[in-house]
Design a protein around this ligand. Structure first.
Ligand code: ADP
Length: 505
C-alpha cells in the first residue's frame, strides 16, 4: 500500500481536531480549532453545528497542508466525537433545526422524570440500554427539540428530519450532505442515546415510541470499523475511505490498547471517563456505572465496557480561569496549587451539571465546603485538582465492586495528565500506580486504528499493542490511614451538594 498515513477527525466538546498518524501510531501533524460554547440559560449548553462542520473542514485541510500531504497519502479516515450531544437537521436543506444540545445540558430533567414516572423510575430502560434515565443521554434531548421547535414534530413525522450525534453529522456532511451523504453511526455512539438495545445493537422501537421519536430520524447502525463510503469529491479528503467511528471515550480505550478483559483507562478532559473492557460479556452495574459498547470491529463479536462518567473535572479548571480569573491559563492551576502543601481542609464538589457516576443526582449543585479563614487561593487550587482525583477514586471503587476484581494499575490520558501534581495525588488517593503513555492523544489514535484496521493499514490488535509505550508512571506514596481519612471527608463533602435544586427552580 502506497499511502503512509491515516487521518482522524476528533470532534470534541471544546474543539475539533484533525490528526495524521503514521504506521507506528505517532502523530505526524495536527490542526485544531475551538468552537463557541453557548450558554443560553443556567444548565443549558449548546453548540452551533454549522460552525463545527466549517471547523472540521478547516482543520482537515490544515493538518494535510502542514504536513505537505494530500488525500492520496491517506489510507483511511476515522471519526471520534463528543458523545450524546444531539443534533436534528433537515435532510433536504442540510440546515440544523436547532443548535446541538450538548451532553452536559440539563434541560431534559423534567422529560426524564416524566418517562421514569411511566414506571421503573430512573431504571426504566436500564436492562435494555445499560443506562439510567438522566439528562446526559441523547434520546430525551431529541424529544425536547421535537417538543419545542415550531413545526419540528410534523416535519419529523413526515420523514424530513434526521437525528445524529456529532459523528453522524460530520460523516453525513463529509460524504456529500444533501448530495447523498451517509446517515450512519456506530454502536458505541448509539449505545449513548438510550434508544439502542445492547444485545441486538438495533434501535428499540418501543423506547423510541415512548420518547416520541420517529424511527425514520435515526441513523443506520454500522460497525465501528468498516469502509462505510468515500469522502466527497469536494472536500480535502476527496475519495479517502471513511472507515472508522468510535465515541471519544471508547476511542481512547482502543487507543490505549485496553483490548483484553479487565484492562482500564481513565481520560482527564472536560470531564473524566473511566472505562474497563468487559469482553463479549455485557455486565450490568449495581454501583452507578454505565454498561456500554466498547467497540465492534467489522463482523467480529461486540466488545462491551463498564464506564464511570464524571461531568466536571478539567472544566472546573476552566471555570476557575474564566469565571473567577484566579489563573490565566489551565497549567497555572498547578503553579498555584504548589504554593501550599494541601487543600487546607477545603473540598470543592463541582456538581455544576448535577452529579453523574456513581450518584446520578440531577438535584445536586456545586459547593465548596470546609472553609475557614485559613484557606487561601492556593488551597482552593489544590481542592480543584483533588476534586478530579477523588471523583476518579469513586469510579475505581465502583468498578472494583461491579467487576469483583481489583484493578492493579490505571492507564491515563487527556489534557489534565500533563499536570504532575494531580497525577501524583491521583496515585496516592487510588493506592495503585498511574501510567501515562507516550502518545497521550489516545482518542484520535483510537479512531485512526479503527479506520486503519478496516483497510488493512494495520493488521490487527497485535499492531495496536505493539505501538503502545509507557511514558511515565506515578507510584502511590500516601499512607493508607491518611488516604482513607481524606477520602471519607470527600464523601461527606459530596453529601452537602444533594437536594439543592427545588421543584420551582
Ligand atoms: P476535551 O477533549 O474534553 O476537550 P482535553 O483532553 O483537551 O479535553 O483537556 C482539556 C481540559 O484539560 C480542559 O478542561 C483544561 O482545563 C484541562 N487542562 C489542560 N491542561 C491542564 C493542566 N496543566 N492542569 C490541569 N488541567 C488542565
Amino acid at each position: 500500500m502506497s499511502e503512509q498515513y491515516v487521518a482522524a477527525i476528533d470532534q470534541g466538546t471544546t474543539s475539533t481536531r484533525c490528526m495524521i498518524f503514521n504506521r507506528d501510531g505517532r502523530v505526524v501533524n495536527v490542526d485544531q480549532k475551538e468552537h463557541e460554547q453557548i450558554f443560553p440559560r443556567a444548565g443549558w449548553v449548546e453548540h452551533n453545528a454549522t460552525e463545527i462542520w466549517d471547523n472540521t473542514r478547516e482543520v482537515v485541510a490544515g493538518a494535510l497542508a502542514k504536513a505537505d500531504l494530500n488525500s492520496s497519502d491517506i489510507a483511511a479516515v476515522g471519526i471520534t466525537n463528543q458523545r450524546e450531544t444531539a443534533l436534528v437537521w433537515d435532510r433536504t436543506t442540510g440546515e440544523p433545526v436547532y443548535n446541538a444540545i450538548v451532553w452536559q445540558d440539563t434541560r431534559t430533567d423534567a422529560i426524564c422524570k416524566q418517562l421514569g414516572d411511566l414506571g421503573g423510575g430512573a431504571e426504566r430502560y436500564k436492562d435494555k440500554v445499560g443506562l439510567p434515565l438522566a439528562t446526559y443521554f441523547s434520546g430525551p434531548k431529541v424529544r425536547w427539540i421535537l417538543d419545542n421547535v415550531d413545526g419540528a414534530k410534523e416535519r419529523a413525522q413526515a420523514g424530513n428530519l434526521a437525528f445524529g450525534n456529532m459523528d453522524t453529522w460530520v460523516i453525513w456532511n463529509a460524504t456529500g450532505g444533501t448530495d447523498g451523504g451517509l446517515h450512519i453511526t456506530d454502536p458505541t455512539n448509539a449505545s449513548r442515546t438510550m434508544l439502542m438495545d445492547l444485545d441486538s445493537l438495533s434501535w428499540d422501537e418501543g423506547i423510541a415510541d415512548e420518547m416520541g421519536i420517529p424511527m425514520s430520524m435515526l441513523p443506520e447502525i454500522r460497525s465501528s470499523s468498516e469502509v462505510y463510503g468515500q469522502a466527497h469529491e469536494h472536500g480535502p479528503l476527496r475519495g479517502v475511505p471513511v472507515a472508522g467511528i468510535l465515541g471519544d471515550q471508547q476511542a481512547a480505550t482502543f487507543g490505549q490498547a485496553c483490548l483484553s478483559v479487565g484492562e482500564a483507562k481513565n481520560t482527564y478532559g472536560t470531564g473524566n471517563f473511566m472505562l474497563i473492557n468487559t469482553g463479549t460479556q455485557k455486565v450490568p452495574s449495581k454501583h452507578g456505572l454505565l454498561t456500554t459498547v466498547c467497540y465492534k470491529i467489522g463482523d467480529q463479536a461486540t466488545v462491551y465496557a463498564l464506564e464511570g462518567a464524571v461531568a466536571v473535572t478539567g472544566s472546573l479548571v476552566q471555570w476557575i480561569r474564566d469565571n473567577l480569573g484566579l489563573i490565566g491559563s489551565a497549567p497555572e492551576i498547578e503553579t498555584l496549587a504548589k504554593t501550599v502543601e494541601d487543600s487546607g481542609g477545603s473540598y470543592f464538589v463541582p456538581a455544576f451539571s448535577g452529579l453523574f457516576a456513581p450518584y446520578w443526582r440531577g438535584d445536586a449543585r456545586g459547593a465548596i465546603v470546609g472553609l475557614t479563614r485559613f484557606v487561601n487561593k492556593g488551597h482552593l487550587a489544590r481542592a480543584v485538582l483533588e476534586a478530579t482525583a477523588f471523583q476518579s477514586r469513586e469510579l475505581l471503587d465502583a468498578m472494583n465492586a461491579d467487576s469483583g476484581v481489583d484493578l492493579t494499575s490505571l492507564k491515563v490520558d487527556g489534557g489534565m495528565v500533563a499536570n504532575e501534581t494531580l497525577m501524583q495525588f491521583q496515585a496516592d488517593i487510588l493506592g495503585v500506580p498511574v501510567i501515562r503513555p507516550v502518545v497521550a492523544e489516545t482518542t484520535a489514535l483510537g479512531a485512526a486504528y479503527a479506520a486503519g484496521l478496516a483497510v488493512g493499514f494495520w493488521e490487527g490488535e497485535d499492531d495496536i499493542r505493539a505501538n503502545w509505550a509507557e511514558d511515565k508512571r506515578w507510584e502511590p506514596h500516601m499512607d493508607e490511614a491518611h488516604r482513607e481519612k481524606r477520602y471519607r471527608k470527600w464523601k461527606k463533602a459530596v453529601t452537602k451538594t444533594f437536594d439543592w435544586v427545588d421543584e420551582d427552580d
